[in-house]
Design a binder for this molecule. Structure first.
Ligand SMILES: Cc1cc2nc3c(=O)[nH]c(=O)nc-3n(C[C@H](O)[C@H](O)[C@H](O)COP(=O)(O)OP(=O)(O)OC[C@H]3O[C@@H](n4cnc5c(N)ncnc54)[C@H](O)[C@@H]3O)c2cc1C
Length: 499
């Protein structure tokens, strides 16, 4: 125990910000700490940056855990722009990588969350980017087990293999996916495939005629994905959500008139549901073909607008020269949101979860989220990408939120063939914490029961996903072999070991 006491003492010397969170400075410090915790049955909760907002952020399920924040393990071990992959530590942020790739042929697929979030943390939660599912680009992982041993998954375990940075599967059984949404080890490195930027692209904006038409359009989205017309994630938001996402960023600009902005938003988001997305191609003719196909598929459900970068930057310059500052701020905001599809990470969405003043004044927006006077919680169900499922899911969400007198922000994201994600965010004043959490719990219970099951959940509702049975028994025995003392993230995506 002495060794541990020394270690924890040196840790707190190293990191004066917190006496409960440990920030290892390198892999050796992490190993020593983990071995000590394992030998002394001290529970730990590893996080990469800890910004898993709306789902628990950096808070463990089991409050007796010592949090290990891996933000200092932030080496970019290799960035290979010839072969299109990167090998990174857990502290590497999407903002950092996004900046490094800006003038290259490649991009990192980014989420709508802050620039400070971790690519590894998001991948381990099976996060969803503007291009699709993060896990699909993971080539291999380096994982530290509680006894300090390191294993490599996928092909990365064969150091000499020429395809180790490209071929995900290795030989024989592969362990990579065991470390997503689990608590079997601490991920210390990830090899990740970069996304090649296509040569041409246009932005698409859809204003749905009404909610019924939105639901009817689902099978058209499905076909557009099926035939590779759409190859990114369209965001279909209720206007509440769209306004929440844009207003704070626009108000941040000096000289904007709130009245003008509200008028502009009213025109731009004239229907209850709107959507934004892109079409891309390496060939102009192919792009034209895709635009034609999209118009044909969706124009009976929504007004389709096609915008090019050139058109937007011309407009932006024009309104600037006329001194139309509100219009200018509006276009600038749209361009930043659209650039998420080009792998350019932004903090704009944090405006939706902070007060306007906090968003305008804070020097460090990510640190402000947990301190904010506003709270929010997420429910993230997946359902079938068709009219019937989308309609039932949205109607259930609205009905339940109404009984709690909460107004949900809903985004519908067709993420792949046949699969629709809903991001339901309930925002509340912190005094309404219990009510909002009860609402999210009831949403999950009811939606799960209807078959719109959440693919990810918060730390308070784990019990909804841990039904006893042979599957959990197998997971439990895998856990025993990786982490026999059950010190890593107890209760997260696996029930606590019964004593
Ligand atoms: C406005 C807003 C927009 C958002 N948009 C998106 C979005 O578009 N897509 C999306 O997916 N999410 C989104 N989020 C949710 C969230 O912010 C992101 O998923 C974020 O990437 C998670 O935080 P993080 O990267 O710091 O990961 P962390 O919080 O560090 O990690 C997440 C979890 O993974 C586990 N873990 C992390 N690192 C390790 C490790 N090294 N070893 C073992 N286990 C580990 C832990 O259980 C941890 O709690 C959004 C949130 C907000 C507020």
């Amino acid at each position: 125990m002495n060794k541990l006491a020394n270690n924890i003492f040196s840790t707190s010397q190293e990191n004066l910000q917190s006496d409960t969170t440990y920030f290892p400075s390198d892999i050796n410090a992490l190993r020593d700490f983990l071995i000590n915790c394992n030998e002394n049955s001290i529970k730990v909760y590893p996080i990469s940056r800890g910004y898993n907002w709306g789902l628990g952020a950096s808070e463990p399920v089991d409050k007796s855990c010592r949090v290990i924040n891996l933000r200092k393990l932030n080496d970019i071990h290799e960035l290979n722009l010839e072969e299109g992959f990167v090998s990174i530590g857990p502290g590497v942020t999407q903002g950092e990588l996004s900046d490094l790739l800006i003038d290259t042929e490649y991009m990192i697929d980014v989420t709508g969350s802050s620039r400070d979030t971790s690519i590894i943390g998001n991948a381990l939660e099976r996060g969803i980017t503007y291009k699709g599912l993060r896990v699909e680009s993971v080539i291999g992982l380096e994982v530290m087990l509680p006894n300090g041993e390191i294993i490599h998954t996928g092909s990365t375990r064969f150091n000499e293999w020429k395809v180790k940075n490209h071929y995900q599967h290795g030989v024989g059984a592969d362990l990579t996916s065991l470390f997503f949404q689990s608590n079997f080890g601490v991920v210390t490195k990830m090899t990740y495939r970069l996304t090649r930027k296509k040569k041409y692209q246009v932005y698409i904006k859809l204003n749905f005629h009404n909610e019924e038409k939105l639901f009817e359009s689902m099978s058209s989205f499905n076909n557009l994905i099926k035939y590779d017309i759409i190859d990114s994630v369209y965001h279909i938001a209720n206007s509440q959500r769209a306004v929440n996402a844009m207003l704070p960023e626009i108000y941040r600009n000096e000289n904007v008139s709130k009245k003008n902005i509200q008028r502009l938003l009213k025109i731009a988001l004239s229907s209850e549901w709107t959507s934004s997305g892109i079409l891309t191609a390496d060939d102009k003719t192919v792009l034209k073909y895709k635009i034609k196909k999209l118009r044909k598929s969706l124009s009976s459900y929504a007004r389709v607008e096609v915008l090019t970068q050139t058109k937007l930057s011309f407009l932006q310059k024009l309104v600037k020269s006329f001194g139309l500052s509100s219009f200018y701020a509006f276009i600038k905001c749209i361009r930043s949101l659209m650039n998420l599809y080009n792998g350019q990470s932004t903090n704009i969405a944090l405006g939706a979860v902070l007060t306007n003043d906090e968003y305008k004044e804070s020097k460090n927006l990510s640190e402000q989220v947990e301190k904010s006077s506003r709270g929010f919680s997420y429910c993230l169900p997946l359902t079938k990408l068709n009219q019937e499922s989308a309609e039932e899911m949205v109607k259930t969400i609205k009905a339940i939120c109404q009984t709690y007198e909460l107004d949900p922000s809903i985004t519908l994201n067709p993420i792949s063939y046949m699969v629709l994600e809903a991001v339901v965010s309930v925002e509340y004043d912190k005094s309404q914490f219990t009510k909002a959490h009860n609402c999210i719990r009831e949403l999950q219970k009811t939606l799960n029961h209807q078959g719109h099951i959440s693919y990810r959940t918060n730390i308070n509702d784990m019990d909804l996903y841990l039904e006893k049975g042979p599957y959990m028994d197998v997971l439990r025995s895998i856990k025993d072999s990786f982490d026999p003392n059950a010190i890593i993230s107890p209760g997260r995506y696996l029930p606590e070991k019964s004593s």
